[in-house]
Design a protein around this ligand. Structure first.
Ligand code: GLY
Length: 564
């Protein structure tokens, strides 16, 4: 197919490069595809593919560009996870999650009365984990890329150095967080002009960020974890009571981990293992597999009840059993086994909900983790990358490192800062996810690849904190069970339940009046309609049928599916 780049949503068309045309269906190509939250970042990946780069080259170019064009979640100062499917069919996963600084300790966010100080864990310099993104991207490129780093980083450097026109969506987003982004002089300097947040149509040049990107391009990981940039990070830490040291930065390493997978109705579902909690998707699919979901029908109260019951059990297990596997013995095999799912679901009742207060984590007697972004990439050779990255909250802790031009994460809040105390996503945790020096905080980021008969048929993932897991679950079920084309599988309304709080969060249009009535009859009383812009998740996804690559930008947010 010739150059054809289509958008799922007409609104994103406003700030495209002119190469795009709009359709409800998404983008189609037989050569390659990049789908991300920023049309400029998708185009950065596409440019690398046009130059002969593979899916990993394109993914690395897209991720660096997102740090420039979508700074609330695209980042250098955060971390993430990548799932890679190489052309021979093997799947790899790279954990480049932030780590707790060496000087951190379990009770570091508790005041004298033992109460958690959420300002410290979310908004201060003390909220930052040691950033993993730069090491992660370079590690990925070294192992599976085919192009030199200087070439792959050039589109991002150009965007930062020469600038780009701020579009309506970016301007609106920056204005939304404008007040907080003025708390720090360096942040105000980056995001405002004469005290006014960046406006649509303005040329945005980021000279400090360009310098940092050039340092990385020229010196590799040392350009970030050592030398001038590292010193700027540590100076800012010292000025504001943070604890990331030069040693922490020098010692940071991303980790290749075994991806976790199950067979679900003849499809192999692969996702990120701990310290992500993507395996909850596998647990829930295992619990749902005995039922004919297609027959129950999309949007029916029976199916919704069934899914919520699976969600309650899985999220309850998350609080007890999941944490950084280098520090906590996660019962991975048991949690992902069909037998465990069967046992966990044996008290399911069609005519009654299980009270969340009465649901506890499963006992495993035999043996002793809101602003993130997801993008998907696929090449014609079957290489695929599913990549989720974050600073945790929108714009992280809102601190731009002076002179270095990038934001720091506030990922420490993803630890359980006190047992059973909710984090910003209302997720609770206990011992498994307590703070320890150099430990990785539990995440919900779940980059996922589905394989059938040797083909990567679906590449998906999402932002959304705790809602990532149920978003990915719904995309998978819509695609595999309800046999929806990808644009529908991604676009249809979503709901979410995470055990505690015992509330069904739902987008408008998810429940018909009849469905809601039936759910109320079953005992569901707490419903909360999504009231912010967009919706639940932003699942930028790709499907493949053996010849055609279909890219879909989630219509809930701007960005682009860009096909080669
Ligand atoms: N910071 C959100 C997550 O990792 O789940």
């Amino acid at each position: 197919m010739n150059l054809s780049i289509y958008f799922f949503s007409v609104v994103v068309f406003v700030f495209s490069t002119g190469l795009h045309s709009a359709t409800q269906e998404g983008a189609f190509s037989s050569k390659g595809m990049v789908v991300s939250r920023s049309s400029l970042a998708s185009n950065a990946g596409l440019e690398i593919m046009r130059q002969g780069g593979n899916a990993v080259d394109a993914a690395v170019a897209t991720a660096f560009a997102l740090a420039v064009t979508y700074p609330s979640a695209g980042n250098l100062g955060g971390g993430g996870f990548a799932l890679v499917r190489v052309p021979d069919g093997r799947i790899f996963s790279l954990d480049h999650r932030e780590t707790a600084p060496n000087a951190s300790h379990r009770d570091m966010y508790l005041d004298e009365a033992g109460e958690p100080n959420k300002y410290l864990s979310r908004f201060s310099a003390l909220s930052s984990g040691v950033p993993g993104t730069v090491d992660g991207l370079l590690t990925l490129l070294n192992r599976f890329g085919s192009m030199p780093r200087e070439k792959v980083m050039l589109p991002a450097i150009r965007l930062a150095r020469d600038g780009f026109l701020v579009d309506f969506f970016l301007s609106r987003h920056i204005k939304k967080y404008g007040k907080k982004l003025k708390d720090y002089e360096s942040s105000e300097k980056k995001f405002s002009r004469n005290g006014v947040s960046l406006s649509a149509g303005e040329l945005w040049i980021q000279p400090d960020l360009a310098k940092t990107l050039i340092a990385i391009s020229e010196n590799g990981r040392d350009g970030f974890y050592d030398g001038a940039v590292a010193k700027l990070i540590v100076t800012e830490m010292k000025a504001r009571g943070g604890i990331i040291s030069l040693e922490d930065l020098k010692n940071y390493r991303s980790v290749w981990r075994d991806p976790v997978g199950i067979d679900y109705r003849g499809n192999q579902i692969w996702t990120m293992g701990p310290p992500s909690s993507g395996l909850l998707i596998l647990q829930m699919l295992n619990m749902l597999e005995p039922f004919d979901l297609q027959k129950l029908g999309w949007g029916g109260s029976k199916l919704i009840h069934l899914m919520i019951e699976a969600e309650k059990r899985a999220y309850s297990d998350r609080a007890e059993h999941l944490g950084d596997p280098d520090f906590f013995d996660v019962p991975l095999e048991i949690l992902t086994s069909k037998k465990y799912a069967e046992k966990r679901f044996q008290d399911f009742k069609w005519d009654r909900l299980s009270e969340s207060e009465k649901i506890s984590h499963g006992n495993i007697k035999d043996r002793d983790s809101r602003e993130t972004t997801h993008f998907s990439v696929m090449g014609s050779d079957g290489m695929a990358v599913s990549f989720t990255t974050t600073l945790n909250s929108p714009y992280g802790n809102k601190i731009v490192v002076p002179g270095a031009g990038f934001l720091l994460n506030n990922e420490m809040d993803d630890f359980s800062i006190k047992a059973n105390v909710m984090n910003q996503f209302n997720l609770i945790g206990r011992e498994a996810n307590s703070i320890e020096p150099n430990k990785r905080m539990l995440s919900s980021m779940s980059p996922t690849i589905v394989v059938k008969d040797g083909l990567p048929i679906l590449v998906t993932g999402s932002p959304g904190g705790s809602t990532i897991i149920t978003t990915v679950l719904q995309v998978i079920i819509n695609f595999l069970d309800h046999k929806m084309p990808l644009n529908e599988a991604v676009g249809f309304p979503r709901f979410h339940h995470q055990w505690k709080p015992d509330t069904i969060l739902h987008e408008r249009g998810t429940f018909s009046p009849d469905t809601r009535e039936n759910l109320e009859k079953l005992g569901y009383t707490a419903f909360r309609a999504w009231s912010f812009g967009g919706g639940i998740g932003d699942a930028n996804s790709i499907s493949f049928d053996g010849s055609l690559i279909h890219g879909v930008k989630d219509p809930r947010a701007s960005g682009a599916a860009a096909g080669l």
